[in-house]
Design a protein around this ligand. Structure first.
Ligand SMILES: [Cu+2]
Length: 328
């Protein structure tokens, strides 16, 4: 082959051809929301991007893995639904009681031309029998007017679905927000109090945590304190004329029944002032929260590294720079 600085037309076509084949091969049947919490319900949306080669899809069969219960398919106009029910390997706790049998296989029959895309939806419950941190696989058999695709391959330990030709749609299981380190105070659950390490003799810091109100009445966070700080306030950050501003919440922070309020960089936070000593990474610093109804609650703020922005960082670094420019 002659070496040339510009690609010939046939080379372009060849490359484009290869690309389009690779694109269609990687367009697997997948779950739209690839992560869910165990011990809760989950809306499993299977996306079907193509048929078998050029052939129209006529059937989508989803096999329900053990530990997934209360399976209900969403009806689809033009598609017939068939359920296969049976006994589970064991019984599982659902909201009110236990179940030991149910839907194990769901099939939609209809027609989806290769040129079209569609979604097939199941409402399910992910029982506590499932292990957070692991992947859960929903094997799918896609039948077409001509042939079938078996999306049933499950990676061996330490291998990735991406390495497989026809991987089963996968769901990453995560633990429910309630962890053993959560603090309960009446109807409130307080989780993950943290702050940031300070450097260069900084006298201010931010405090962050999550509060959930599982009761039927509102409560209010009225004060925060930190043993290492001379003074602490509850602040909010707001955009004001295009500038991020902080201000103390004179009446504290309301936590409505059934709601979760997050104190996080870029939003509500505790403002620790007149720090008596630097906050050292890895340390636990004692503090206290005061609620109107739940009363005083002792907490420990974990000191995270400088620049830490919380588990879902995103663009919340702006919260930090705003804080550094904060004057009292
Ligand atoms: Cu502040």
């Amino acid at each position: 082959m002659k070496k040339s600085s510009s690609l010939t037309l046939s080379t372009c076509i060849a490359i484009l051809g290869i690309l389009s084949i690779e694109t269609s091969a990687s367009a697997h049947i997948m779950l739209q929301q690839p992560e869910a919490m165990v011990g809760g319900s989950y809306r499993a949306v299977f996306t079907v991007p193509h048929g078998c080669g050029e052939s129209a899809t006529t059937k989508i069969e989803v096999q329900i893995p053990e530990g997934v219960v209360s399976v209900k398919p969403m009806p689809k106009p033009g598609w017939q639904i068939d359920l296969v029910k049976g006994k589970y390997d064991k019984s599982y706790k659902v909201y009110h009681g236990t179940v030991s049998d149910g839907v194990k296989d769901v099939t939609w029959s209809g027609s989806l031309p290769n040129d079209y895309y569609d979604e097939f939806v199941l409402s399910v419950f992910l029982t506590d029998g499932l292990a957070p941190g692991h992947m859960l696989y929903f094997p799918v058999v896609q039948s077409c007017a001509n042939g079938e695709n078996r999306w049933t391959e499950i990676p061996a330990d330490g291998k990735l679905s991406a390495d497989l030709k026809s991987p089963a749609p996968a769901l990453r299981l995560v633990s429910a927000t309630t962890s053993s380190s959560d603090i309960k105070a009446g109807d409130l659950t307080i989780s993950n109090p943290w702050t940031r390490a300070t450097a260069g003799g900084a006298k201010v810091g931010g405090g962050y945590l999550t509060i959930t109100n599982k009761g039927t009445a509102p409560d209010r966070l009225t004060a925060v304190s930190l043993t290492a700080a001379g003074n602490s306030e509850i602040h909010e950050m707001k955009m004001d004329g295009g500038v991020m501003q902080m201000r103390p919440l004179a009446n504290g922070l309301e936590i409505k029944p059934g709601e979760t309020v997050k104190l996080a960089p870029g939003g509500y936070h505790a403002m620790f002032m007149d720090l008596k000593e630097p906050l050292k990474e890895g340390a636990l610093v004692k503090g206290q929260l005061t609620f109107e109804k739940a009363g005083k609650v002792d907490v420990e703020f974990k000191v995270e590294p400088i620049g830490f922005t919380g588990e879902k960082s995103g663009g919340s670094m702006s919260g930090m720079s705003g804080m550094e420019g904060h004057k009292h």
